[in-house]
Design a protein around this ligand. Structure first.
Ligand code: UDP
Length: 345
């Protein structure tokens, strides 16, 4: 084990391009790739990412819609496989400007695939989402659950997964799509954590409420769940990152294209998360109860048996207090380095 990631014997070390590697999950994955002995280069247009999350010398500022520039980066850097994160992720925003989501998430992906095929690179790990399932019929959700996205963000992920299916069939282009549940936590000792702008996610917003004194609104307490608040599968970003390392190593061993859920298999309600935050930080979370948020299913929990069985993945940091503790360390680190927490809106 190196840094919590098992180095798979027999899997060659490779040069890997991480698109969106200045973002939250991308930066952690770049870190864990290096911990596993691989070499990484990052392509990011910095529209949502942070250059401080990428070590000196590894960042190539490029928009994935710029196919020609991508071709140049892929060949100059002698890339062997790509892990593709670069995408917009805000569900609410995707309902306001769907065309922007399809342009960046779908056209941007096609541009990347074209550049890769041009350079003869045919191994890709794709950042997909539980949003592809919409409101699922079965919970925990298996990968066989049909696509039923309920917003343009989720639809953009489905469209790319479908394109990857056709590329596998006709272009021998091998991919692994990882459908994430609720990514959270941080790798504070590596200086990595969640810095979305604007932030919409539950745990960083609860920590911000403590640090700023401004209450967070909890979206609804009348759901058909034991305490009335929504249940989600909170997965530590480092466990998510390690799934990407395993997925790319599977492809580097000439593994077949596949799709995996990445979650812990356990759900926590919003109120349970609030209790964990109060327990771990020793502070009350100022909060109010508001109406439901549009498009929030009552419960989303992953069945990730397939990833565990086929790629030997384990969520090693699934404990909610551990997740919150790492996010809290990072938030405090940010507060110290930026002088005031309000610097992160
Ligand atoms: N949530 C909340 N208040 C907030 C942000 C989120 O009550 O300010 C709830 C949200 O309704 C959902 C859960 O927290 O039930 C997780 O939401 P998040 O936006 O973190 O992730 P999502 O499930 O949308 O991917």
């Amino acid at each position: 084990m190196i840094g919590g990631v098992s180095v798979t014997l027999g899997s060659a070390l490779a040069r890997i391009l991480v698109t969106g590697g200045a973002g939250y999950i991308g930066s952690h994955t770049r870190y864990f790739l290096e911990q596993a002995g691989h070499s990484a280069v990052v392509a990011d247009n910095l529209s949502r990412g942070h250059k401080e999350m990428v070590p000196q010398g590894l960042l190539r500022v490029v928009d994935i819609r710029d196919t020609e520039r991508l071709k140049q980066v892929l060949s100059d850097e002698r890339v062997e496989a790509v892990i593709h994160f670069a995408a917009y992720i805000a569900v609410g925003e995707s309902t306001q400007v769907p065309e922007v989501y399809f342009a960046n998430n779908v056209s941007g992906s096609v541009s990347l695939f074209e550049a890769m095929l041009h350079c003869g690179i045919t191994r890709l790990v794709f950042s997909s989402s539980a949003a592809a399932y919409g409101i699922p019929q079965r919970v925990p959700i298996p990968e066989t659950e049909p696509f039923a996205p309920i917003n343009p963000y989720g639809e953009s992920k489905v469209m790319v997964e479908k394109i990857l299916g056709w590329l596998d069939r006709y272009r021998a282009f091998r991919s692994v799509s990882l459908r994430y549940f609720n990514a959270c936590g941080a790798e504070p000792q590596a200086g990595l954590g969640e810095l979305h702008d604007p932030e919409t996610h539950l745990i960083p917003l609860m920590l911000r409420a403590i640090l700023t004194g401004k209450p967070i609104t909890l979206f609804g307490d009348d759901y058909p769940t034991p305490d009335g608040t929504c249940i989600r599968d909170y997965i530590h970003v480092s466990d998510l990152a390690s799934a990407h390392v395993l997925a790319v190593e599977h492809l580097l061993r000439d593994g077949q294209s596949d799709v995996f859920n990445v979650g812990t298999g356990s759900g926590h309600s919003v109120l349970k998360v609030l209790q964990a935050v109060e327990r771990v930080t020793g502070n009350k979370v100022p909060h109010t109860i508001g109406p439901r948020r549009e498009g929030d299913p009552p419960s989303l929990v992953a069945d990730s048996q397939k990833l565990q069985k086929q790629l030997g993945w384990k969520p090693a940091r699934a404990d909610l207090d551990r997740i919150v503790g790492d996010a809290w360390s990072f938030a405090n680190r940010q507060k110290r380095s930026s002088g005031e927490y309000a610097a992160i809106r």
